[in-house]
Design a protein around this ligand. Structure first.
Ligand SMILES: Nc1ncnc2c1ncn2[C@@H]1O[C@H](COP(=O)(O)OP(=O)(O)OP(=O)(O)O)[C@@H](O)[C@H]1O
Ligand SMILES: [Mg+2]
Length: 327
Protein backbone atom coordinates (compact mmCIF):
# COMPACT_ATOMS: atom_id res chain seq x y z
CA UNK A 1 0.00 0.00 0.00
CA UNK A 2 1.29 3.47 -0.93
CA UNK A 3 0.52 6.11 1.70
CA UNK A 4 0.90 9.88 1.61
CA UNK A 5 1.50 11.46 5.04
CA UNK A 6 0.81 15.14 5.64
CA UNK A 7 1.98 17.01 8.73
CA UNK A 8 1.11 20.66 9.47
CA UNK A 9 0.31 20.67 13.20
CA UNK A 10 2.85 23.33 14.21
CA UNK A 11 5.72 24.97 12.33
CA UNK A 12 6.82 22.23 9.93
CA UNK A 13 5.12 21.70 6.58
CA UNK A 14 5.99 18.13 5.72
CA UNK A 15 4.88 15.29 3.48
CA UNK A 16 6.16 11.80 2.75
CA UNK A 17 5.30 8.83 0.58
CA UNK A 18 5.65 5.33 2.06
CA UNK A 19 5.19 1.98 0.39
CA UNK A 20 4.39 -0.89 2.77
CA UNK A 21 6.02 0.97 5.65
CA UNK A 22 9.19 1.94 3.74
CA UNK A 23 10.00 5.55 2.92
CA UNK A 24 9.96 6.36 -0.81
CA UNK A 25 10.31 10.11 -0.44
CA UNK A 26 9.91 12.89 2.08
CA UNK A 27 10.16 16.67 2.18
CA UNK A 28 9.98 19.22 4.93
CA UNK A 29 9.84 22.98 5.25
CA UNK A 30 10.76 24.23 8.74
CA UNK A 31 9.31 27.70 9.18
CA UNK A 32 12.14 30.09 10.00
CA UNK A 33 9.54 32.86 10.09
CA UNK A 34 9.10 32.45 13.88
CA UNK A 35 12.70 32.76 15.05
CA UNK A 36 12.52 36.55 15.53
CA UNK A 37 9.47 36.15 17.81
CA UNK A 38 10.98 33.60 20.21
CA UNK A 39 8.13 31.12 19.61
CA UNK A 40 5.57 29.99 17.06
CA UNK A 41 3.06 32.67 15.96
CA UNK A 42 -0.10 30.69 15.00
CA UNK A 43 -1.32 33.05 12.27
CA UNK A 44 2.10 33.12 10.60
CA UNK A 45 2.29 29.33 10.84
CA UNK A 46 -1.06 28.86 9.05
CA UNK A 47 -0.12 31.25 6.26
CA UNK A 48 3.29 29.63 5.75
CA UNK A 49 1.67 26.16 5.59
CA UNK A 50 -0.73 27.44 2.90
CA UNK A 51 2.17 28.81 0.88
CA UNK A 52 4.24 25.61 1.04
CA UNK A 53 1.90 22.63 1.23
CA UNK A 54 1.37 22.22 -2.50
CA UNK A 55 5.10 22.50 -3.31
CA UNK A 56 6.06 20.05 -0.56
CA UNK A 57 3.44 17.51 -1.62
CA UNK A 58 4.31 17.81 -5.32
CA UNK A 59 7.98 17.30 -4.40
CA UNK A 60 7.34 13.96 -2.68
CA UNK A 61 5.24 12.68 -5.60
CA UNK A 62 8.00 13.66 -8.03
CA UNK A 63 10.78 12.13 -5.90
CA UNK A 64 8.84 8.88 -5.43
CA UNK A 65 7.94 8.92 -9.12
CA UNK A 66 4.26 8.21 -8.47
CA UNK A 67 1.02 9.99 -9.28
CA UNK A 68 -1.64 10.76 -6.66
CA UNK A 69 -3.91 8.16 -8.30
CA UNK A 70 -1.56 5.40 -7.13
CA UNK A 71 -2.14 6.21 -3.46
CA UNK A 72 -3.96 3.72 -1.26
CA UNK A 73 -4.33 6.17 1.61
CA UNK A 74 -3.81 9.79 2.63
CA UNK A 75 -2.91 10.19 6.33
CA UNK A 76 -3.06 13.66 7.88
CA UNK A 77 -2.40 15.05 11.37
CA UNK A 78 -5.71 16.31 12.75
CA UNK A 79 -4.90 16.59 16.48
CA UNK A 80 -3.39 17.98 18.70
CA UNK A 81 -1.77 21.17 17.43
CA UNK A 82 -2.50 24.70 16.30
CA UNK A 83 -6.05 24.86 14.91
CA UNK A 84 -5.26 27.02 11.87
CA UNK A 85 -2.12 25.02 11.07
CA UNK A 86 -3.88 21.64 11.32
CA UNK A 87 -6.72 22.97 9.15
CA UNK A 88 -4.35 23.60 6.24
CA UNK A 89 -3.18 19.97 6.16
CA UNK A 90 -6.69 18.58 6.74
CA UNK A 91 -8.19 20.77 3.97
CA UNK A 92 -5.45 19.76 1.55
CA UNK A 93 -5.94 16.06 2.36
CA UNK A 94 -9.72 16.34 1.98
CA UNK A 95 -9.25 18.15 -1.34
CA UNK A 96 -7.19 15.21 -2.65
CA UNK A 97 -9.68 12.74 -1.18
CA UNK A 98 -12.50 14.46 -3.07
CA UNK A 99 -10.55 14.88 -6.30
CA UNK A 100 -9.13 11.34 -6.54
CA UNK A 101 -11.48 9.29 -4.34
CA UNK A 102 -8.58 8.04 -2.20
CA UNK A 103 -9.35 6.94 1.39
CA UNK A 104 -8.22 9.45 4.01
CA UNK A 105 -7.48 9.06 7.72
CA UNK A 106 -6.94 11.54 10.53
CA UNK A 107 -3.89 10.84 12.68
CA UNK A 108 -3.18 11.92 16.23
CA UNK A 109 0.17 13.73 16.01
CA UNK A 110 1.48 11.99 19.16
CA UNK A 111 0.60 8.59 17.71
CA UNK A 112 2.57 9.85 14.71
CA UNK A 113 5.64 10.49 16.88
CA UNK A 114 5.35 6.98 18.38
CA UNK A 115 4.96 5.51 14.88
CA UNK A 116 8.44 6.82 14.00
CA UNK A 117 9.69 3.99 16.25
CA UNK A 118 7.83 1.34 14.21
CA UNK A 119 9.24 2.91 11.04
CA UNK A 120 12.86 2.57 12.17
CA UNK A 121 12.49 -0.42 14.54
CA UNK A 122 9.74 -2.76 13.40
CA UNK A 123 11.34 -5.29 15.75
CA UNK A 124 10.71 -3.24 18.94
CA UNK A 125 9.32 -5.68 21.53
CA UNK A 126 5.81 -5.06 22.90
CA UNK A 127 4.83 -3.79 25.35
CA UNK A 128 7.17 -0.83 25.69
CA UNK A 129 7.25 2.54 27.40
CA UNK A 130 7.11 5.49 24.99
CA UNK A 131 8.60 8.73 26.27
CA UNK A 132 7.12 11.45 24.07
CA UNK A 133 9.39 14.43 24.60
CA UNK A 134 8.70 17.31 22.25
CA UNK A 135 8.00 21.02 22.01
CA UNK A 136 4.43 20.71 23.28
CA UNK A 137 4.35 17.41 25.17
CA UNK A 138 6.27 15.39 27.71
CA UNK A 139 4.61 12.15 28.74
CA UNK A 140 5.27 8.45 29.29
CA UNK A 141 2.85 6.00 27.66
CA UNK A 142 2.51 2.28 28.21
CA UNK A 143 2.26 0.98 24.63
CA UNK A 144 0.62 -2.44 24.63
CA UNK A 145 0.44 -2.45 20.83
CA UNK A 146 0.12 0.13 18.07
CA UNK A 147 -3.16 1.93 18.92
CA UNK A 148 -3.23 0.83 22.59
CA UNK A 149 -1.77 3.52 24.82
CA UNK A 150 -2.09 4.30 28.54
CA UNK A 151 -0.58 7.49 29.95
CA UNK A 152 1.54 6.75 33.03
CA UNK A 153 2.80 10.28 33.67
CA UNK A 154 2.99 13.67 32.00
CA UNK A 155 4.14 17.21 32.53
CA UNK A 156 2.06 19.35 34.83
CA UNK A 157 3.36 22.56 33.22
CA UNK A 158 5.97 23.09 30.46
CA UNK A 159 7.13 20.42 28.01
CA UNK A 160 10.83 19.55 27.97
CA UNK A 161 11.32 21.03 24.48
CA UNK A 162 9.51 24.17 25.60
CA UNK A 163 11.89 24.35 28.58
CA UNK A 164 14.88 24.16 26.19
CA UNK A 165 13.33 26.92 24.07
CA UNK A 166 12.59 29.19 27.07
CA UNK A 167 16.08 28.60 28.49
CA UNK A 168 17.47 29.42 25.06
CA UNK A 169 15.69 32.75 25.08
CA UNK A 170 17.27 33.59 28.47
CA UNK A 171 20.69 32.53 27.19
CA UNK A 172 20.56 34.46 23.92
CA UNK A 173 19.71 31.69 21.42
CA UNK A 174 17.05 32.02 18.76
CA UNK A 175 13.96 29.78 18.61
CA UNK A 176 13.94 26.77 18.63
CA UNK A 177 16.91 26.46 20.97
CA UNK A 178 17.22 22.76 21.87
CA UNK A 179 19.87 21.95 19.29
CA UNK A 180 21.88 25.11 20.00
CA UNK A 181 21.86 24.38 23.75
CA UNK A 182 23.07 20.84 23.12
CA UNK A 183 25.89 22.10 20.87
CA UNK A 184 26.89 24.79 23.39
CA UNK A 185 26.76 22.31 26.30
CA UNK A 186 29.22 20.05 24.47
CA UNK A 187 31.85 22.80 24.88
CA UNK A 188 31.51 22.92 28.71
CA UNK A 189 34.77 23.06 30.64
CA UNK A 190 33.17 23.11 34.10
CA UNK A 191 29.85 21.23 33.91
CA UNK A 192 29.59 21.38 37.74
CA UNK A 193 29.61 25.20 37.82
CA UNK A 194 25.97 25.13 38.90
CA UNK A 195 23.35 22.47 39.64
CA UNK A 196 19.77 23.26 38.79
CA UNK A 197 16.95 21.62 40.75
CA UNK A 198 14.72 19.01 39.17
CA UNK A 199 11.17 19.29 40.47
CA UNK A 200 9.59 16.20 42.01
CA UNK A 201 5.86 16.28 41.36
CA UNK A 202 3.87 14.99 44.34
CA UNK A 203 1.63 11.97 43.80
CA UNK A 204 2.17 8.39 42.74
CA UNK A 205 2.63 9.01 38.98
CA UNK A 206 5.92 9.77 37.21
CA UNK A 207 4.79 13.29 36.29
CA UNK A 208 7.16 16.03 35.14
CA UNK A 209 7.53 19.71 35.92
CA UNK A 210 9.93 21.99 34.04
CA UNK A 211 8.66 25.49 34.81
CA UNK A 212 10.64 25.64 38.10
CA UNK A 213 13.82 24.75 36.24
CA UNK A 214 13.31 27.67 33.86
CA UNK A 215 12.69 29.97 36.85
CA UNK A 216 15.82 28.66 38.60
CA UNK A 217 17.85 29.49 35.48
CA UNK A 218 16.26 32.93 35.29
CA UNK A 219 17.18 33.74 38.92
CA UNK A 220 20.66 32.28 38.50
CA UNK A 221 21.30 34.60 35.54
CA UNK A 222 19.73 37.64 37.22
CA UNK A 223 22.78 38.75 39.24
CA UNK A 224 25.42 37.63 36.69
CA UNK A 225 27.05 40.17 34.41
CA UNK A 226 27.31 39.72 30.65
CA UNK A 227 31.00 38.80 30.80
CA UNK A 228 30.34 35.96 33.25
CA UNK A 229 27.47 34.63 31.12
CA UNK A 230 29.54 34.82 27.94
CA UNK A 231 32.44 32.96 29.58
CA UNK A 232 30.19 30.34 31.16
CA UNK A 233 27.39 29.95 28.62
CA UNK A 234 28.53 26.40 27.75
CA UNK A 235 28.74 25.38 31.43
CA UNK A 236 25.28 26.82 32.13
CA UNK A 237 23.82 25.04 29.09
CA UNK A 238 25.40 21.80 30.25
CA UNK A 239 23.91 22.17 33.75
CA UNK A 240 20.48 22.99 32.33
CA UNK A 241 20.56 20.06 29.91
CA UNK A 242 21.66 17.71 32.69
CA UNK A 243 18.68 18.75 34.85
CA UNK A 244 16.23 18.00 32.01
CA UNK A 245 17.87 14.66 31.25
CA UNK A 246 17.94 13.67 34.96
CA UNK A 247 14.22 14.34 35.21
CA UNK A 248 13.42 12.27 32.11
CA UNK A 249 15.66 9.40 33.24
CA UNK A 250 14.31 9.32 36.82
CA UNK A 251 10.68 9.22 35.72
CA UNK A 252 11.37 6.58 33.08
CA UNK A 253 12.92 4.44 35.82
CA UNK A 254 9.87 4.92 38.06
CA UNK A 255 7.55 4.04 35.15
CA UNK A 256 9.63 0.96 34.35
CA UNK A 257 9.54 -0.18 37.98
CA UNK A 258 5.79 0.43 38.35
CA UNK A 259 4.82 -1.21 35.08
CA UNK A 260 7.40 -3.98 35.00
CA UNK A 261 8.14 -2.96 31.39
CA UNK A 262 11.82 -2.54 30.65
CA UNK A 263 11.79 -1.64 26.93
CA UNK A 264 11.83 2.11 26.29
CA UNK A 265 11.26 4.11 23.09
CA UNK A 266 11.99 7.83 23.07
CA UNK A 267 10.32 10.06 20.44
CA UNK A 268 9.70 13.75 19.68
CA UNK A 269 12.09 16.60 18.93
CA UNK A 270 14.09 16.36 22.18
CA UNK A 271 14.90 12.73 21.28
CA UNK A 272 17.40 14.22 18.78
CA UNK A 273 19.55 15.17 21.75
CA UNK A 274 22.78 13.15 21.71
CA UNK A 275 23.46 13.58 25.42
CA UNK A 276 19.97 12.28 26.23
CA UNK A 277 20.64 9.26 24.02
CA UNK A 278 23.98 8.66 25.75
CA UNK A 279 22.67 9.04 29.32
CA UNK A 280 19.55 6.90 28.81
CA UNK A 281 21.77 4.35 27.10
CA UNK A 282 23.71 3.96 30.37
CA UNK A 283 20.48 3.08 32.18
CA UNK A 284 18.46 1.12 29.60
CA UNK A 285 21.27 -0.08 27.26
CA UNK A 286 19.96 -2.63 24.73
CA UNK A 287 16.33 -2.08 25.76
CA UNK A 288 16.39 1.50 24.44
CA UNK A 289 15.07 2.58 21.02
CA UNK A 290 15.11 5.92 19.20
CA UNK A 291 13.90 6.89 15.72
CA UNK A 292 16.57 8.28 13.41
CA UNK A 293 17.28 11.90 14.48
CA UNK A 294 15.73 13.11 11.19
CA UNK A 295 12.44 11.47 12.21
CA UNK A 296 12.26 12.88 15.76
CA UNK A 297 11.03 16.41 14.98
CA UNK A 298 7.75 16.76 13.09
CA UNK A 299 7.70 14.96 9.74
CA UNK A 300 5.24 13.50 7.26
CA UNK A 301 6.94 10.07 7.35
CA UNK A 302 5.71 9.28 10.87
CA UNK A 303 2.16 10.38 9.94
CA UNK A 304 2.21 8.17 6.84
CA UNK A 305 3.49 5.26 8.99
CA UNK A 306 0.70 5.77 11.54
CA UNK A 307 -1.79 5.75 8.62
CA UNK A 308 -0.29 2.54 7.23
CA UNK A 309 -0.48 0.82 10.64
CA UNK A 310 -4.06 2.04 11.12
CA UNK A 311 -5.00 0.68 7.70
CA UNK A 312 -3.51 -2.71 8.64
CA UNK A 313 -5.64 -2.78 11.79
CA UNK A 314 -8.77 -1.57 10.02
CA UNK A 315 -8.91 1.50 12.27
CA UNK A 316 -8.92 4.36 9.75
CA UNK A 317 -11.03 7.32 10.86
CA UNK A 318 -12.21 10.35 8.95
CA UNK A 319 -10.14 13.49 9.83
CA UNK A 320 -11.64 15.64 12.55
CA UNK A 321 -9.98 18.87 13.67
CA UNK A 322 -9.20 18.53 17.38
CA UNK A 323 -6.47 21.01 18.46
CA UNK A 324 -6.57 19.86 22.10
CA UNK A 325 -6.73 16.13 21.37
CA UNK A 326 -4.93 13.67 23.61
CA UNK A 327 -3.62 10.23 22.82
N1 LIG B 1 19.07 18.39 20.03
C1 LIG B 1 18.02 18.80 20.75
N2 LIG B 1 18.08 18.86 22.10
C2 LIG B 1 17.03 19.26 22.83
N3 LIG B 1 15.86 19.66 22.30
C3 LIG B 1 15.74 19.63 20.97
C4 LIG B 1 16.80 19.20 20.13
N4 LIG B 1 16.39 19.29 18.83
C5 LIG B 1 15.12 19.76 18.87
N5 LIG B 1 14.73 19.98 20.17
C6 LIG B 1 13.46 20.53 20.62
O1 LIG B 1 12.39 19.77 20.09
C7 LIG B 1 11.23 20.60 19.98
C8 LIG B 1 10.56 20.38 18.65
O2 LIG B 1 10.14 19.06 18.61
P1 LIG B 1 8.81 18.65 17.85
O3 LIG B 1 8.88 19.15 16.45
O4 LIG B 1 8.58 17.20 18.05
O5 LIG B 1 7.77 19.46 18.74
P2 LIG B 1 6.37 20.05 18.37
O6 LIG B 1 5.82 19.32 17.21
O7 LIG B 1 6.50 21.52 18.31
O8 LIG B 1 5.52 19.67 19.63
P3 LIG B 1 4.44 18.48 19.76
O9 LIG B 1 4.95 17.32 19.01
O10 LIG B 1 4.36 18.25 21.21
O11 LIG B 1 3.19 19.02 19.18
C9 LIG B 1 11.69 22.03 20.21
O12 LIG B 1 11.27 22.45 21.48
C10 LIG B 1 13.21 21.93 20.12
O13 LIG B 1 13.91 22.89 20.89
MG1 LIG C 1 5.69 17.21 17.19
Amino acid sequence: MIVLGIETSCDETSAAVLEDGKILSSAIYSQAEHSQFGGVVPEIASRAHMEKIDTITSTVFRQADISPRELGLIAVSDSPGLAGALLVGISYALGMHTAYGIPVSGINHLEGHISALFLNHPEIPLPFLALVVSGGHTAIYHVEAFGKYRCLGQTVDDAAGEAFDKAGKLLGFSYPAGRAIEQEAAKATDPDLVRFPVAKVSGPNPDFSFSGLKTALKYYLKDKDEGFIDTNRANICSAFQRAVIDSLRKNLLIAAQKSGVRTVGVVGGVACNGKLREELGKTFSKDLYFPLPSLCCDNGDMIAMAGYLRAQRGSLRFPRLNPAGTL
